[in-house]
Design a protein around this ligand. Sequence first.
Ligand code: ZN
Length: 388
Amino acid sequence: MSTGFGFDVMARDGRARRGRLRLAHGVVDTPAFMPVGTRGAVKALTMAQLHDLGADIMLANAYHLHLRPGDDAVARAGGLHAFTGWAKPILTDSGGFQVFSLAGRRTVSDEGVVFQSHLDGSARALSPESVADIQSRLGSDVAMVFDECTAWPVEREQAAAAMRRTLRWARRARDRFAAISSGRAPEVARPTPGQAQFGIVQGSTFKDLRDESVAGTLAVGFEAYAIGGLSVGEPPEVMYDIAGHTADQLPATAPRYLMGAGMPNDLVEAVGRGIDLFDCVLPTRNARNGQLFTRDGPISIKNARYAGDDGPPDAECQCPTCRSHSRAYLRHLFMAGEMSAATLNTAHNLHFYLDTMRQIRKAIEFGIFEDFKHAYLDRYTRRAHSLT
Ligand SMILES: [Zn+2]
């Protein structure tokens, strides 16, 4: 299937890979972090600000955009890129995670999921096919398959059932994607002809279920593979172990995406286990709650100790917030409820994440990733729990 999709691994250092991902709307240097713009916007930032921070790709959510403003409305506007003004690549998550979080307000069958809209309570239905159609109309560069997510901890039987249903859905999602891509479904708008589709490996923290999921997902065949069902409350060491175990079995020629992770130290650990792509709400959500990431660990800008602190959030950070503003001023903005507090904190945190990925890529190119990893983690975690 021709999608214009491509992935080149330019350098390796241990299990870490330095790659370049080609998508319909541009190139993404990997390992990469994707800022989360659930509803077609990264909260508190304009697209110009997101661009200036150096983000190569943004994540949006098909479930949220389907409910509001509706994928038909986005398609009429020419797709997400035209609608939002973001010209670089966009990955749309399917909404599986959101739907399965609606405990008590959804019914799952092999056909799909029937649920109540979180906006107005209306009855809605999603299937592997309809989610592929929605993402075609949205015109993202990458469409994720609709999967069944499990919480953690979960009984083995339940994890196995959800994983096997995800496999059956993967086949249907791929068939529908192929029909749309080859012009056999002309009724579905297709603003981005070169859209790619990623499969998702499930199986919770059971290694043999992960193995079964990898084999089944590879048998269907996708442009790339994501590891879902992690970063849902399990201990970090378990997440690293399962992510590494799964990544080792995925094709060396395809990108590997660890969904929903994580803290800065999680990104460094996962890159060392062969992961190429990340997304997480932590840098943006925590910014709005007053938590700023620094090279010496996170700080809470609300803390009274920063009231007289003339220094920037992070003395080595080159972001617009750190170049112009002190911790004392940022604390004042936060305590006063000024809107710019969210903007300035979000810009800093996203810059911190994107800069961490730039340092990771450079370290892999120079073949010094292990040294970088130990220095980064040592400094980041040394006082993490003492000075916040
Ligand atoms: Zn900064």
